[in-house]
Design a protein. Sequence first.
Length: 388
Amino acid sequence: MNIHEYQAKDLLLRYGVRVPTGKVAFSAEGAEQIAKDLSCEKFMVKAQIHAGGRGKGGGVKLAATPGEVRQIASEMLGMRLITHQTGPEGKIVKKVLVEEASNIEKEMYLGVVIDRTREKIVLMASSEGGVEIEEIARNHPEKILRECIDPSVGLQPFNCRKIAYFLGLNGKTVNKAVSFISGLYKAFTENDGSLAEMNPLIVTREGEVLALDAKLNFDDNALYRHPEIEKLHDPAEENPMELEAKKWGISYVKLNGNIGCLVNGAGLAMATMDIVKYHGAEPANFLDVGGGASAEQVTQAFKMILSDPNVKAIFVNIFGGIMKCDTIATGIITAAKEVGIGVPLVVRLEGTNVELGRKMLGESGLNITTGADMREAASKAVAAAQGR
Ligand code: GDP
Ligand code: MN
């Protein structure tokens, strides 16, 4: 689960991680009031959406007076902010963070990730901050330090010092960076973080070490242990289709291809996406109706796939174990009746009650292509999507 920058900064502050002083506003008047209360020289107004690259898109602005904060906030609130991370449809700005502007001496990058191969938390640091870290990783991998933390002892002061020196810090800023990194690591581990990014992490002209931007992600499977984090969830930031799917107990992730996939079981769903790619096409979605889905869930899944205008063919790949093939057939037939299936439908059905399922589909009058096995069905689905 992702949270907003202002929420991340509030959380980090509780762990002693320094961030600029500020507060979130939902209206231009609210933004002006926050600025008045801050009583500082200059202010930053920052659009709060779950995406980076806001600066370039006009979502991060400097203001000299509370009146100017109000003006900028009124323009920003309600605007459709498009960045390289939002996709072309952008995101509507519903709140802004108003904070004291910092005097930047140096911009750096600090990230916390979980390296699944090493089975360790890795701190990533670079003295090249404020730019895309992916680009640095590609063109100048030597400019990134990856510090692995041994989970049996946790983060040690020497790890932090190593990072501070790599970042080119000296004097008092080293100690400040050490306490910053310790606080960040504690916030990350205690809350089951899955990703943290401070981009940029800065040293101010006054010699403070601050997170100018903060991004925190949490492990969804651990949220039950952190109800206070779960409360920070902002449904407005999620893909509406993925939210709808969650309500129905279906795992759905929207992707950019044109083959709609309806599968039972996460492993088979992954394999289905692989085999679609292997045949030269891209899946339009990941969709797992679950092992014991009902006909209603299957119908719902179909409706979701069909509501994606990119879908040019549907590939149903079911191995009926707990799930029975006739249940799937009922779901498909109901969906076809209710919404109409205007694209080619390729079905690979195997397992419990397969004969009955096939018979039902055969007698349904629907135009269904079948595949003897997964490979054949995948290649037929790809061919159908390409109009072959
Ligand atoms: P992002 O574009 O979504 O990553 O938003 P950031 O919060 O990282 O802000 C983008 C850029 O705006 C930063 O890299 C800084 O260069 C600049 N910026 C943000 N806050 C301040 C500030 O308080 N003072 C100054 N001088 N620049 C800032
Ligand atoms: Mn940033």
